[in-house]
Design a binder for this molecule. Structure first.
Ligand code: ZN
Length: 158
Protein backbone atom coordinates (compact mmCIF):
# COMPACT_ATOMS: atom_id res chain seq x y z
CA UNK A 1 0.00 0.00 0.00
CA UNK A 2 2.36 2.68 -1.16
CA UNK A 3 0.72 5.99 -1.72
CA UNK A 4 2.17 7.82 -4.70
CA UNK A 5 2.61 10.94 -2.60
CA UNK A 6 4.45 9.10 0.19
CA UNK A 7 7.62 11.17 0.55
CA UNK A 8 9.60 8.33 2.08
CA UNK A 9 8.75 5.98 -0.77
CA UNK A 10 9.90 8.62 -3.23
CA UNK A 11 13.08 9.13 -1.23
CA UNK A 12 13.82 5.41 -1.11
CA UNK A 13 13.35 5.19 -4.85
CA UNK A 14 16.10 7.80 -5.14
CA UNK A 15 18.30 6.20 -2.51
CA UNK A 16 18.20 2.74 -4.03
CA UNK A 17 21.37 2.30 -6.08
CA UNK A 18 22.70 5.67 -5.03
CA UNK A 19 26.41 5.86 -5.70
CA UNK A 20 28.62 5.45 -2.64
CA UNK A 21 30.86 7.94 -4.37
CA UNK A 22 34.09 6.05 -3.78
CA UNK A 23 36.09 3.38 -5.60
CA UNK A 24 37.37 1.93 -2.34
CA UNK A 25 34.50 1.85 0.12
CA UNK A 26 35.68 1.59 3.70
CA UNK A 27 33.97 1.95 7.04
CA UNK A 28 34.22 5.55 8.17
CA UNK A 29 34.49 4.44 11.80
CA UNK A 30 36.81 1.42 11.89
CA UNK A 31 38.35 1.56 8.43
CA UNK A 32 37.30 -1.94 7.40
CA UNK A 33 37.18 -2.40 3.62
CA UNK A 34 33.69 -3.04 2.29
CA UNK A 35 32.95 -5.35 -0.59
CA UNK A 36 30.05 -6.18 -2.84
CA UNK A 37 27.34 -7.87 -0.83
CA UNK A 38 28.49 -6.60 2.56
CA UNK A 39 26.03 -5.08 4.98
CA UNK A 40 26.54 -1.35 5.34
CA UNK A 41 25.02 1.60 7.06
CA UNK A 42 24.93 4.83 5.12
CA UNK A 43 24.14 8.41 5.97
CA UNK A 44 22.46 10.21 3.09
CA UNK A 45 21.32 13.79 2.89
CA UNK A 46 19.68 16.19 0.52
CA UNK A 47 19.91 19.91 1.06
CA UNK A 48 17.01 22.15 0.22
CA UNK A 49 16.98 22.91 -3.48
CA UNK A 50 19.14 19.93 -4.39
CA UNK A 51 17.54 17.48 -6.81
CA UNK A 52 19.19 14.35 -5.45
CA UNK A 53 20.55 12.74 -2.34
CA UNK A 54 24.24 12.33 -1.67
CA UNK A 55 26.03 9.89 0.60
CA UNK A 56 27.70 11.60 3.54
CA UNK A 57 29.52 8.59 4.97
CA UNK A 58 29.27 4.83 5.14
CA UNK A 59 29.95 2.31 7.90
CA UNK A 60 30.31 -1.45 8.09
CA UNK A 61 27.50 -3.66 9.31
CA UNK A 62 23.84 -3.02 9.90
CA UNK A 63 23.92 0.01 12.17
CA UNK A 64 26.59 -1.61 14.39
CA UNK A 65 28.62 1.46 15.16
CA UNK A 66 27.58 4.31 17.30
CA UNK A 67 27.76 7.34 15.13
CA UNK A 68 27.12 11.00 15.53
CA UNK A 69 24.21 12.06 13.42
CA UNK A 70 23.78 15.77 13.29
CA UNK A 71 20.47 16.68 11.83
CA UNK A 72 20.54 19.97 10.07
CA UNK A 73 17.57 22.19 9.72
CA UNK A 74 16.43 22.39 6.13
CA UNK A 75 18.25 19.23 5.13
CA UNK A 76 16.47 15.95 4.54
CA UNK A 77 18.54 13.18 6.08
CA UNK A 78 18.47 9.43 6.39
CA UNK A 79 20.53 6.79 8.08
CA UNK A 80 20.02 3.62 6.08
CA UNK A 81 21.06 0.02 6.28
CA UNK A 82 21.58 -1.95 3.10
CA UNK A 83 24.10 -3.85 1.04
CA UNK A 84 26.98 -2.88 -1.17
CA UNK A 85 26.27 -3.36 -4.84
CA UNK A 86 28.71 -2.98 -7.70
CA UNK A 87 27.97 -1.66 -11.15
CA UNK A 88 30.66 -2.33 -13.71
CA UNK A 89 31.11 0.15 -16.47
CA UNK A 90 32.75 -1.80 -19.26
CA UNK A 91 33.36 1.32 -21.27
CA UNK A 92 35.54 2.95 -18.65
CA UNK A 93 36.59 -0.34 -17.03
CA UNK A 94 35.62 1.03 -13.67
CA UNK A 95 33.33 -0.16 -10.94
CA UNK A 96 30.82 2.02 -9.19
CA UNK A 97 29.71 0.94 -5.75
CA UNK A 98 26.08 1.58 -4.93
CA UNK A 99 23.65 1.11 -2.06
CA UNK A 100 21.16 -1.73 -2.46
CA UNK A 101 17.98 -2.46 -0.50
CA UNK A 102 18.12 0.66 1.65
CA UNK A 103 16.04 0.54 4.81
CA UNK A 104 15.75 3.73 6.84
CA UNK A 105 16.75 3.43 10.48
CA UNK A 106 16.78 7.13 11.27
CA UNK A 107 15.11 9.99 9.49
CA UNK A 108 15.18 13.70 10.08
CA UNK A 109 13.18 14.47 13.22
CA UNK A 110 10.53 16.40 11.39
CA UNK A 111 8.24 16.34 14.42
CA UNK A 112 10.74 18.13 16.65
CA UNK A 113 12.61 20.31 14.20
CA UNK A 114 11.37 23.76 13.55
CA UNK A 115 8.52 23.45 11.11
CA UNK A 116 10.06 24.48 7.87
CA UNK A 117 8.17 23.13 4.93
CA UNK A 118 9.92 23.42 1.63
CA UNK A 119 7.80 24.07 -1.41
CA UNK A 120 9.67 21.34 -3.28
CA UNK A 121 9.62 18.73 -0.54
CA UNK A 122 6.40 17.03 0.48
CA UNK A 123 7.38 17.10 4.13
CA UNK A 124 4.65 15.72 6.35
CA UNK A 125 2.79 18.35 8.26
CA UNK A 126 3.33 18.21 11.97
CA UNK A 127 1.23 19.41 14.87
CA UNK A 128 3.61 22.23 15.85
CA UNK A 129 2.77 24.17 12.76
CA UNK A 130 2.45 27.85 13.62
CA UNK A 131 -1.01 28.10 12.12
CA UNK A 132 -2.26 25.77 14.85
CA UNK A 133 -1.17 27.98 17.72
CA UNK A 134 -3.77 29.84 19.70
CA UNK A 135 -5.04 32.91 17.95
CA UNK A 136 -3.44 36.12 19.15
CA UNK A 137 -5.70 38.01 21.54
CA UNK A 138 -7.06 41.08 19.89
CA UNK A 139 -5.55 43.50 22.40
CA UNK A 140 -2.07 41.99 21.98
CA UNK A 141 -2.44 42.12 18.24
CA UNK A 142 -3.38 45.77 18.36
CA UNK A 143 -0.46 46.67 20.61
CA UNK A 144 2.03 44.71 18.56
CA UNK A 145 0.74 46.31 15.45
CA UNK A 146 1.26 49.71 17.03
CA UNK A 147 4.82 48.85 18.05
CA UNK A 148 5.93 47.00 14.97
CA UNK A 149 5.88 49.98 12.62
CA UNK A 150 8.34 48.61 10.09
CA UNK A 151 9.76 45.72 12.10
CA UNK A 152 8.74 42.68 14.02
CA UNK A 153 8.36 43.59 17.70
CA UNK A 154 10.25 40.49 18.91
CA UNK A 155 13.13 40.56 16.48
CA UNK A 156 14.16 44.16 16.59
CA UNK A 157 17.82 43.36 17.38
CA UNK A 158 19.11 44.77 14.15
ZN1 ZN B 1 33.24 -0.40 10.94
Amino acid sequence: MTRPDDPQAADLAQLTRISLDTHNPICQVCGQPLHEGDDITAYAYRAAGEPAYAIGYIMCGADNHEHPTVFTRGVREYVLTGHVGACSNTRTQSTTFVLLDPIPVVTSPTTTAEPHIHPDAPTPRNPTEPTQREPTPLLTAVREHARSDGGSPREGSE
